[in-house]
Design a binder for this molecule. Sequence first.
Ligand code: PEP
Ligand code: MG
Length: 775
Amino acid sequence: MTAGEDVEQKDRIESSDKASPKWGGSRQLLRRLRDIMATGEGAQERLNRIVAIIAHEMNAAVCSIYIRRAGDVLELFATEGLKLDAVHRTRLRMGEGIVGDIAAYARPFALADAQKHPNFAYRPETGEELFHSLLGVPILRGGRVMGVLVIQNKEPCNYSDEQVELMETIGMVVAELIAAGGVVRRREQAPMDGLALKPLRIDGVQLSSGLAMGRAVLHRPHVPIGKMVAEDEGKEIDRLEAALSAMHSKLDHMVKTVDDDGDGGDHVDILKTYRMIAEDRGWIKRIREAITSGLTAEAAVVRVQNETRARMAKVQDVYLRERLLDLEDVAYRLLQHLTESNGNGTATQEDLPDEMIVIARNMGPAELLDYDRERLKGVVLEEGSSTAHVAIVARALDIPVIGRVSRILSRVEPFDRIIVDGNNATCFVRPGEEFRRVFQTSMELHAQQRAAYARDKDLPAVTTDGVEIGVHMNAGLLIDLPHLHETGAAGIGLYRTEVPFMVRSDYPGVDTQADIYGKVYDQADDKPVIFRTLDIGGDKVLPYFQDMAEENPAMGWRAIRVALDRPAMLRQQLRAMILAADGRPLNVMFPMIADTSEFLKARDALNKELARARARNQVVPSEMRVGIMFEVPSLAFQLPSLLQHVDFVSIGSNDLLQFFFASDRGNPRLDKRYDAMSPGFLTLIKHIADQCHAANVTVSVCGEIAGNPLCAMALIGVGIRNLSMSPWSVGPVRSTVRSIQMASLADYMASQLNSPDHSLRSQLLAYAKDHKVIL
Ligand code: PEP
Ligand code: MG
């Protein structure tokens, strides 16, 4: 089944023995609506005629249109069948009654007996006690709910899928009528929330750090659709085919251009995946069907796009959501091709501001790459998660991104000034002049600091009393690699091999993997790289591993657990690493090891691959170092046996912290509840560090805390000598290291670990201030 074919079950409550009401078919109805739209009558008259026609053609006793007004109220604007006195009197809040529910969730409702539904809100002025069955759909335009269209019948009856779809299509036509003006004041329709002209501060979650200021560009602005109803079905199918083929060739061209550039391995994979989605058969079939029901090609695309959005709101599965998101994006591209062919194109890149802050519900990585890299300064999303592809690519490109910013699309107008403070996960809409000046100053300071870090990149990362600290960088995409040299990082302390797997559409074979790892080696030059084997599962989903839905994925079948159960996959990856090393030293790290025996099994797979390479007279790595990620607390009690076998240990504090405190790392409600700077957690780190030093095993920390100067100071104070972090943290942490006096810090940390406090942050800040540690 393709993403486009996987049709969501509509919200319906059926009554088993009730037939669906007879109705006249879609084409005739759409034609009659088109004729009404073309008349010069007033908007109210047209609405009145529309409800009468729909009721007649769909054999319904009632047809009503509710329109959304300022203050999120739905007002009955026209009805055929309810008492006319109720028009402009009956008003429901969003979420109130069945009509309010349809609007609030932007989903259709088909009920054989609406009065039995718990949300039924009886309004005596309408006289609707006579009617039992109800079919209601949201009136949608550009993803925004503009009202609700309802039909009702006296007898309980089941509405068919075709009727639901036709009602949704009619909803789109009515949306155009509302948007054309004269129904409600324009001000009420504008996607605003009453705070339109006031500056707004809205918090979200950090997907990529950094600061940016610019003008809003609404990603995928509404594409105006001139004609909704087709005059000639054959012609519309031809237009669709032409637009599909133009879109496919444009995507082919994009893939080829990036491929020819040579350095964009990951970009090519991302675009190729995307190119495949653009051929989704289920999706194209649904568009064709919508044309056959009487719509123009554009309207058919919008119709299917609306369905995709409605499904996206409900789908929990991360993989399916990403695919639906891509489909939505492809639909938008197709729409642009269709409207361009009409001479009705949308804004081109040239029309966009010089400093762009892109505002989107969500976006795919290919779309991000579509924007001019020079002008794109920041991104604000209504959705998004830190493992979404767009966040991964944005981090690599150093573009600040804030996600889960509530209703941002409805609060911003094109060209509004926007400030993105990715460091604090906050965005400011229409900030005042004074605030902009202050922010500009802090951006300049940041830029100066960055320049200073770049200047100091060759200074040794050594404390004032001569202890050397290895400051390494984490990476996952090839576009991360140039930062290794720019920042002066000592090497790649964590190369997340799953990232290139995540951005492609099919499982990469040994040669492809070897090619990727070989490029990493080449770009790292002679700096060391630690390759972590696949850490999939949890929130890291591979398109070709769809049978992984789990109740509790973070603690589920992931990382080394998958690898040990799928030994061929692990061996292929290790084979690719040996090939890529091509006689150079190879560092391999296994993720999520929970006991020594798991490590030994993984190590055995590596030994077998080395033996295989030798048996075939292939070059083997000049040196092998094999280690583990310390992410599961159980390992703390296995260190004596484990440390006899490993060359290094890297503490994955992101996972370790969540398992230590039993606190989901992705749950925003628990975000600030437990602190890595707690005496308990730091005591665990000290225990691991002490044991590793005693066994002469290198120990490092590669989770997010390693890149925070204050936390880095504390980690160094409890014995950590190697840190690996995002590229942009390397400079700040190196400068912290150079301001630390190790002996004094170690004593201080030892004196604090028995503290009963929830966190040691305030003590650490005070220490840094007193001892002039640069944070
Ligand atoms: C960690 O858990 O700290 C870690 C570095 O691994 P990841 O964030 O990739 O799970
Ligand atoms: Mg981890």
